[in-house]
Write a protein that binds this ligand. Structure first.
Ligand SMILES: [Zn+2]
Length: 135
């Protein structure tokens, strides 16, 4: 498990340009918890970054004094039948991104609006990788 304490979640967001050349650093981390005192956290950017950093994470939490976000995922390695070239997110390095292994997910946020945004982010991303079987 990895736990962060930060003034702003922006501090731990991975720039997209960097992701193209780097390999996800925390392949074996199962749980990431972030505690922040920031009021304005972009949860979609946060989830996007953390799922890149740790593609097999099962438990992703972002807590502040004002809100709480929890994303739980189950994965299955090497799902058959997903052609690699369908996924434009992991063409540059050998490990497969989270979009290939997620089987189920549940998410919770104290704000319904944010919850919906994260949900549509996850759905859209899975569809982009040819996954229409997850909900
Ligand atoms: Zn991928």
């Amino acid at each position: 498990m990895l736990e962060f304490q930060t003034n702003s979640v922006k501090n731990i967001i991975m720039p997209k340009q960097l992701r193209e050349t780097l390999v996800p650093p925390l392949d074996k981390i199962m749980s990431i918890v972030v505690n922040t005192n920031s009021r304005s956290t972009n949860i979609v950017d946060f989830a996007d970054s953390m799922l890149w950093v740790s593609p097999r994470v099962k438990h992703l939490v972002c807590r502040s004094g004002f809100s709480a976000f929890v994303l739980q995922l189950t994965h299955k390695e090497l799902l058959p039948g997903i052609p690699d070239d369908l996924c434009r997110f992991c063409t540059s390095h050998p490990s497969r991104c989270w979009r290939h292994s997620v089987m189920t997910y549940t998410l919770n946020h104290s704000c319904d609006e944010t919850k919906k945004k994260v949900q549509s982010y996850i759905r859209a991303n899975l569809r982009k990788a040819g996954r229409n079987d997850v909900d």
